[in-house]
Design a protein around this ligand. Structure first.
Ligand SMILES: C[S@@+](CC[C@H](N)C(=O)[O-])C[C@H]1O[C@@H](n2cnc3c(N)ncnc32)[C@H](O)[C@@H]1O
Length: 217
């Protein structure tokens, strides 16, 4: 994976950490265009990163996860498909501010994030994390959450209400509530299935989805 140009693996230990060269320069230095940047946080094998990139050649996609073996699958897929609008960043999302400049990102997808039943602050939609997203997102930038987890979805709905985020969509049954007249592209995007969605759906889980904007910085 180290030889692949679409994967970034910055050092994580305190002693080895250096300022990340691509911070604020993803478009000028890596993608070589000025297209919007979309992140999938906790991307696993990167099914959304790849699926969205396929649908939106005029946007740039970066999958972020700490697990190298999972990222490897998505990175290989992107290389084999010759995708130039895809990259992967192996790091902890906790340090996301080290890798993206203020206002560098247009959209964030959270796909089947760990529900962290006993550690609410570690949830990727906790205030701690959303305050980081607020920094790197452009004003009006979107956060999407797709999940099977009642705990995570319930707590996200509460966070949205408590902190007055602008909720644009929220459904406890995504596939049961897609409007009949939904355009084909959006329908296809909503139906992208990640590894964990496939596992959870096989056990009968109902898929939840919400989309919100975080208030101004
Ligand atoms: C349940 S898996 C979902 C993976 C993928 N999105 C899917 O739907 O198949 C959660 C993923 O989030 C990653 N993850 C969780 N917390 C993280 C953090 N703080 N920093 C980086 N990755 C994290 C895990 O490594 C794991 O791959």
């Amino acid at each position: 994976m180290k030889e692949w140009s679409n994967v970034f693996e910055p050092a994580l230990s305190e002693e080895q950490r250096i300022p990340f060269a691509m911070k604020g320069k993803w478009n000028t230095e890596y993608f070589k265009n000025d297209h919007p940047i979309v992140l999938e946080l906790g991307c696993g094998k990167g099914e959304y990163t790849i699926g969205l990139a396929d649908h939106y050649p005029n946007k740039n996609f970066i999958g972020v996860d700490i697990k190298g073996a999972r990222i490897w699958v998505g990175a290989k897929d992107a290389v084999e498909k010759g995708m130039t609008n895809v990259a992967f960043l192996r790091t902890k999302i906790d340090f996301i501010l080290d890798y993206f400049e203020v206002g560098e990102v247009d959209e964030i997808w959270l796909t089947f994030s760990d529900p962290q039943p006993n550690k609410p602050r570690k949830r990727l939609t906790s205030k701690l994390f959303v305050d980081r997203y607020r920094q790197i997102l452009k004003p009006g930038g979107l956060v999407h959450l797709k999940t099977d987890s009642d705990i995570l979805f319930e707590s996200t709905a509460e966070e949205i209400k408590e902190h007055n985020y602008n909720c644009l969509e929220l459904t406890w049954d995504l596939y049961g509530s897609l409007p009949a007249d939904l355009d084909e592209k959006t329908r296809e995007i909503m139906h992208i299935k990640t590894h964990y969605e496939t596992l959870f759906s096989a056990r009968g889980a109902t898929i939840k989805y919400c989309k919100f904007q975080i208030s101004e910085r």
